[in-house]
Structure formats: C-alpha cells, structure tokens
Write a protein that binds this ligand. Structure first.
Ligand code: SF4
Ligand code: FES
Length: 235
C-alpha cells in the first residue's frame, strides 16, 4: 500500500507525504498557492490568511492544514482572488509602504503579490501610522511602519538562531514587533549573519550599507512574478 496521500487542487491530482501541509504538497507539485507569513524552513504560523483555500467546501489556511486522502481543494477561484486581494490591500494602507523609496522594492513579497493580483492603486483609505524606527544596531535597522506582523523574524530568531531576539507586544491595532533588550536593537545579540535578518518579506528589517547593490529593475520580482519559480518546477 502506498504511503502517499492523493488529493486534488483545482481538479489536478496531487500526491503528498503523510504530515505534509496542502501548501507543501502544492509546492512540490508546481502549484502556487499565494502566501505571506509562511516560509519554507519555518514552523507554519497561519496568521496572514493569504494562503486560504477551499477544502471540501470550507475555507482553510493551506500552510497549516495537513493534506488528507481524497480532499478537494480549490485554489484559483475568483472568490479566493478577491479575498487575497483584500488582505493585500488592507496591509498596504495599514502600514506605510512607499515602494518607490524602499530598499526592498523588487524583492518585497507584499509588493510582488500586489503585482501578481493586479492591484494598481489603494482601495481603502491610508491609516498613516506613526511607528518607531530603530537604527541603533551597527548593521541592521528595523522600520516598524513596514512590518506586516508575519512573525517570520520571531520564528527564525527563536527556532533557527536559538536567540529569541524578536517578539510581539501589544494587541489589535497596537500590536508591534519588539526586541528582547530595552527595546533597542543595539542592545540585543542580533547578528548580521542571523537567519532572522534574512526572512522579512517586506522592508521592515534591512541590512545597512548594502542598499541598492542590485539596481531596481533587476531584482527578484522585477523580472518574474512571485510564485513563478514554483510554477516552473514541473514544466
Ligand atoms: S519585521 Fe518583517 S519578518 Fe518581522 S514580523 Fe515584521 S514583517 Fe514579519
Ligand atoms: S501563508 Fe498561510 S496563513 Fe499566512
């Protein structure tokens, strides 16, 4: 008996190993399910809901839901595209994302999703939050105005670097990313080589002195839409 699970995504048969999530199995099958908080190598967190798919008629987050035999998954539907666009739209106006002046432009997953979904202009009014920037560390700065609370840095620092430099404080609209020593980055043991420094999907955690080393127009998502590296796998 095969120890593989068989299910479908938009009518395409997909195989999964036991314990794999829908998103992991989809990636291996070359099917892109959009995501923001999820990142390969990090424990799934399930917070952004961009990866929402319909499983046997009910919404589930693909990054946390294990694949099961015979499940019917819908991914590319008009309804799910609208849902995903709405999340991205809300994230853009909830923070201060000025792509034209951001070092992450072209490598930013939020910006890349907006392009992939065909978002050209904000749909909701800007909230213009005034959050703190911490540039005290010699090699790294954090701009909380761009943070989308994905917890990648929290998970990477805790689980990959074994440090726990980042954590969340506050609730609701006051929730923000904090560091573990007197709220200043320079007082932490964060190092430029830490995994946590490389996982931010947006321009909230940035390395100093490497700005624009790769020119705008030649960056990862300037040349290919986000997700195309997964879709190219099985072609
Ligand atoms: S700083 Fe970046 S990685 Fe950390 S929670 Fe905010 S957006 Fe996510
Ligand atoms: S990628 Fe699944 S909830 Fe964020």
């Amino acid at each position: 008996m095969s120890d593989k699970i068989t299910f479908t995504i938009d009518g395409v048969e997909v195989k999964a190993a036991k314990g794999q999530t829908i998103l992991q199995a989809a990636d291996e099958a070359g099917i892109y399910i959009p995501r923001l908080c999820n990142m390969s190598g990090l424990i799934p967190y399930g917070s952004c809901r961009v990866c929402t798919v319909i499983v046997n008629g009910r919404p589930q987050s693909a990054c946390t839901q294990p694949a099961a035999e015979g499940m019917i998954v819908e991914n590319e539907t008009e309804e799910l595209l609208t849902h995903r666009k709405n999340i991205v739209d809300m994230l853009f106006v909830e923070g201060n994302h000025y792509c034209m002046s951001c070092e992450k432009s072209g490598n930013c997953e939020l910006q890349a999703l907006a392009y992939r979904f065909g978002i050209a202009a904000p749909k909701y009014p800007y909230m213009f939050p005034n959050r703190s920037v911490d540039a005290t560390h010699p090699d790294i700065f954090i701009d909380r105005n761009r943070c989308i609370l994905c917890a990648r840095c929290v998970r990477a620092s805790r689980d990959l670097d074994g440090k726990g430099v980042f954590e969340f404080v506050g609730r609701g609209p006051n929730k923000s990313i904090a560091v573990n020593a007197n709220a200043r980055l320079k007082d932490t043991n964060l190092d430029i080589t830490d995994k946590a420094v490389d996982v931010c999907p947006v321009g909230a955690i940035i390395k100093k002195r490497v700005g624009f080393a790769v020119p705008i127009g030649q960056r990862k998502y300037d040349t290919k839409p986000i997700g195309s590296e997964i879709e190219a796998q099985n072609k």
